[in-house]
Design a protein around this ligand. Structure first.
Ligand code: BGC
Length: 735
């Protein structure tokens, strides 16, 4: 397929627009859900497609069904405009990669890019054109379940992961073969929902918006993302989906975004729910006015954009406004090559979903994502010939939980659980016993995506008391106990916030009972937020997240030393929920000498700092060297640091560069990440790692000047393996 030129695309769009009725135009701007378990709804949507009143569908995830619906659009609608098929391909379609927060913990953008390229290949093969990803919302409140979809608390790490994911999904240009359009979401500020309660409003200062929440979006757009999804919640008093400042002033005018904007599900109609718009018709007008091109209609509800033809007739919107939005959608369809090749190659789709190379990518990503938190006495790695291992916990053998939330097309039968991974990798003479230990509690409310399949988490255990006793018995008889605890996949993600970081159900009791046996315990934590273990201290602790299709294989490789953990935390890990929010990049304030005593009953420090993670080897850092001790604003210097592997095995270190600005037009955080590199070092090997520091790193949005500035100032520089790296040198920025 040859790529069309911009001029050719414009001519095709003009030609189509000239033939379209207002109804057909509104149709191109409307995206409908089709849930296969609601056949009446599918029939209704089919009629809309045939009538040319639907431009896009979501949640059709079977190749045959996509092909069937596309044939209706192309062969039975008046103008034959193909449908754009969108879907939530968040961390894989059939091959499930670790959750996005886990991939961020790899601190390796190549892992994100390669993983999302696999996701894109599978999605495109079944006929999808567009993914509602990456989710680039910064999260500083782990109560918010959607933390798991993002890259954590930091804008620099978040921006790197956002850009890498866009490159992976979309490739070099929109319409690249085997790729899909990426839609960074949720624009903007959704991660700051009050109390971490999903969908609740966010109040974010301009300082935080420009310096923390917006940069990952900008990075995703700079990487070429063709779509942006608006957010559900109110931002500073105006619903994000009706927020013209956000969707037009910032997105289009300041950043020059030329792709199309879609609402989150039902968020246009929702403008009336927010008591912002008067009714459905007013909601449509206000969404279009704000800068929304396409409405993702509410599942099972009335689409607001159906009313656009009346709004046009009543003079509430202009023909030019309508055409501008339609133009952007048709542009995306033409760039994706839909008019030339609308249909699905079903044979190729099946082969793509089965690709063994995709599973290898998933396993490697899971290995690179794990974060080793604690390893007393070098308990890990275990020998494959340990003799006897007791594998305990409700998540140890749950295929569904191993792949985490936001997956729908996975094959639970091919998913390797931690138990299966350990069984396959342990030496022939090693006995592996298993008990689920306790039941996972049921949730209070049903998740919107929870159907019969997704609800089936742990129902295996009948009596927790008996199972805890059984766990103690197995642990006593084993040389080592491997506990897999955390949260069931339905306890995190959308509509799944928690008001506590405790292990749900009786898992804490199980952990303490097993610890009391004296058998060394390796705790594998399966979730996507920090947990509060209330001081319980297993000898080894590793964050395995929801590791995906090949998760168990990866975890076994890490446990037995075939892979060496090298991931680092993408968030500060609080001691308890009362400390939240606790970003590492906070401002210095009154009485810094009391900075560790801000609470009467608790220190200020996190349990584990942002950027923290151990290895099976150790690293040492030489003092960083600067290429200059003074630079003019706008100029760049280089920081070089020698990092040495001082331990016994080859391992990875994530070298992190932090700065602190001593004074300026606004106060800056005590430290900010400004660069990172994950390097692999053999025992004894030293590597010189280099980072640039220039206007990109040193400028910021100044709340005092209300603009981006670079101050004349003094900058402290620290390089190390986590966000406690000491500042060891400094330089002047002066004209
Ligand atoms: C979520 C979006 C998602 C959409 C479609 C919404 O509820 O907020 O992130 O893309 O549903 O599934």
């Amino acid at each position: 397929m040859t790529q069309m030129t911009d001029a050719e695309i414009r001519a095709r769009v003009d030609n189509l627009l000239a033939q379209m009725s207002a109804e057909e135009k509104a149709g191109q701007l409307t995206q409908y859900f089709t849930f296969s378990r609601a056949p009446d709804e599918v029939a209704r949507v089919e009629d809309e497609v045939r009538a040319g009143r639907a431009g896009s569908l979501l949640f059709v995830s079977k190749a045959e069904e996509i092909d069937r619906l596309q044939r209706i659009a192309v062969e039975q609608s008046r103008l034959g405009i193909p449908l754009l098929f969108g879907y939530d391909v968040i961390h894989g379609l059939r091959t499930i990669l670790p959750v996005p927060l886990a991939v961020a913990a790899s601190w390796d953008p190549a892992v994100a890019e390669e993983g999302q390229a696999v996701a894109a290949a599978e999605a495109r093969a079944i006929g999808l054109h567009w993914t509602f990803a990456p989710m680039v919302d910064i999260t500083r409140d782990p109560r918010w379940g959607r933390m798991i979809e993002g890259a954590g608390e930091d804008p620099v790490l978040g921006s790197a992961m956002a850009a890498a994911q866009v490159r992976g999904f979309q490739g070099a240009f929109i319409g690249a073969p085997g790729r899909v359009i990426a839609g960074p979401k949720h624009f903007a500020g959704y991660g700051a929902a009050f109390g971490g309660r999903d969908y609740d409003e966010a109040e974010i200062s301009d300082n935080e918006l420009w310096n923390i929440y917006l940069p990952p979006f900008k990075a995703a757009l700079d990487a070429g993302a063709g779509n942006v999804m608006s957010a559900y919640m109110g931002l500073n008093g105006v619903p994000a989906t009706g927020n013209r400042w956000l969707l037009t002033d910032v997105l289009r005018e300041t950043w020059g975004f030329e792709g199309f904007v879609v609402t989150d599900a039902g968020a246009a109609a929702d403008l009336a729910t927010h008591h912002y718009a008067a009714d459905l018709g007013d909601a449509a007008v206000r969404a279009l006015d704000a800068g929304v091109d396409m409405e993702m209609a509410p599942p099972f509800g009335e689409a607001a954009y159906r009313t656009l033809p009346q709004a046009l007739a009543a003079g509430r919107i202009t023909a030019a406004q309508l055409d501008t939005a339609v133009r952007r959608v048709l542009d995306a369809k033409l760039r994706m090559g839909l008019f030339e090749a609308p249909y699905v190659d079903l044979g190729a789709a099946a082969a793509m979903l089965a690709a063994p190379a995709h599973r290898a990518v998933a396993r490697r990503a899971a290995e690179r994502s794990a974060v080793l938190l604690h390893n007393a006495g070098g308990l890990l790695p275990l020998s494959r010939d340990t003799g006897s291992i007791a594998v305990i916990g409700p998540l140890a053998d749950s295929a569904r939980d191993t792949v985490g939330p936001w997956v729908f097309e996975q094959d639970d039968n091919e998913t390797v659980t931690v138990l299966a991974g350990i069984r396959a990798a342990a030496g022939p003479a090693t006995r592996v016993d298993y008990t689920p230990g306790v039941t996972m509690p049921a949730r209070l409310h049903k998740s919107i995506f929870e159907d019969d399949v997704h609800a089936q988490t742990q129902r295996l255990v009948v009596d927790d008391d008996i199972e805890i006793a059984n766990s103690v018995r197995l642990a006593r008889a084993a040389e080592v106990a491997v506990l897999v605890l955390g949260e069931a996949h339905i306890m995190i993600g959308e509509h799944a916030s928690r008001s506590s970081l405790d292990l749900p159900g009786r898992q804490q009791e199980l952990l303490e009972a097993v610890l009391a046996t004296g058998t060394p315990v390796v705790l594998l934590i399966m979730t996507g937020r920090p947990v509060d273990l209330k001081g319980a201290e297993p000898a080894a602790k590793m964050m395995i997240w929801y590791p995906g299709t090949r998760g168990g294989e990866a975890v076994a490789n890490l446990l037995f030393g075939a892979a060496v953990p090298g991931g680092k935390l993408p968030y500060n890990w609080p001691r308890n929920i009362g400390q939240v929010p606790l970003p590492y990049a906070q401002l210095r304030s009154f009485r810094p000498d009391w900075a560790q005593e801000r609470y009467w009953n608790e220190g200020n420090a996190p349990l584990y700092p942002f950027g923290y993670g151990l290895s099976y080897t150790t690293f040492s850092y030489a003092a960083p060297r600067l290429s200059a001790d003074r630079i003019a604003p706008g100029k760049t210097l280089e920081v070089t640091v020698d990092v040495t592997n001082t331990g016994p095995v080859t391992g990875d270190e994530v070298v992190q560069l932090y700065i602190h600005q001593r004074y300026g037009s606004a106060a800056r955080p005590v430290r900010e990440l400004k660069g990172f590199q994950r390097v692999t070092l053999a025992p004894g090997e030293t590597r010189a790692v280099r980072f640039p520091l220039g206007p990109g790193e040193l400028s910021y949005w100044s709340a005092a000047r209300r603009d981006r500035v670079q101050d004349e100032t003094c900058i402290d520089v620290g390089v190390g393996g986590d966000s406690t790296a000491p500042f060891m040198t400094s330089f002047e920025v002066a004209g």
